[in-house]
Design a protein around this ligand. Sequence first.
Ligand code: ZN
Ligand code: FE
Length: 266
Amino acid sequence: MTSPINSALPSNTKVVAIPAFNDNYIWCIHNNKDAVVVDPGDATPVLNYLKKNELNLVGVLITHHHHDHTGGILKLASANTSLVVYGPSGGHIKGITHPLINGDTATFPTMNIELSVIDVPGHTLDHIAYCGHNVLFCGDTLFSAGCGRLFEGTPEQMLHSLNKLAALPDHTIVYCTHEYTAANVVFALAVEPDNQALNNYSKWVSETRSNNIPTLPTTISEQKAINPFLRAHKPSVKVSAEAYTNQKLNSDVAVFTEVRRWKDSF
Ligand code: ZN
Ligand code: FE
């Protein structure tokens, strides 16, 4: 039985956040029987969650090599020798059993799930994202109201990667790895103080975080409305970036570069 990548997740399947470290979410896709986790930086909270909910871990998805996304792989694999671990190719991440490149598919047949792989270099050069069934797991590429730091890639690469994500259907549900939203919104408001959608979102984020509820997932349409890193082509963002750097910026890449630089020192 196949599960078309363009249809919603199977109706018995949900995605839940397993909190880890200070501000990571290890997303767990499960159907009350089998489970897949995304970027398990720490095995302990995953094993606790699986045990408590009587779930059988069938797979792992890895987006990039950083330790807070990969640190739990070997322990999870040692508890289950048939575990399928998808992740970037290159052999640099220990424990990956199924290396992937752009256009490949990660499949979990017992769960009727298949996700396509998109190359999204920028935060790191090996960064990949997984999308399908109207959901996106984007690791540290796109955050709510922000994007990952450029540790390895260029601004051009990151903007190109973010544009690929922005081109996904508006209703795509976006699962980012970090709860950075509140701080990101403060910066986004510095860039676009008059963005009404952003001002509304900011109020919602304050309430949500004061109740200790995750602000994630988000959606592509929401991010296109509020995220300055998806809005480098907007006049309001260009004007702010030019004021910040005190020079004319003649391309979206130039605007994006300055907004990213501004955030790094914000
Ligand atoms: Zn990272
Ligand atoms: Fe991270």
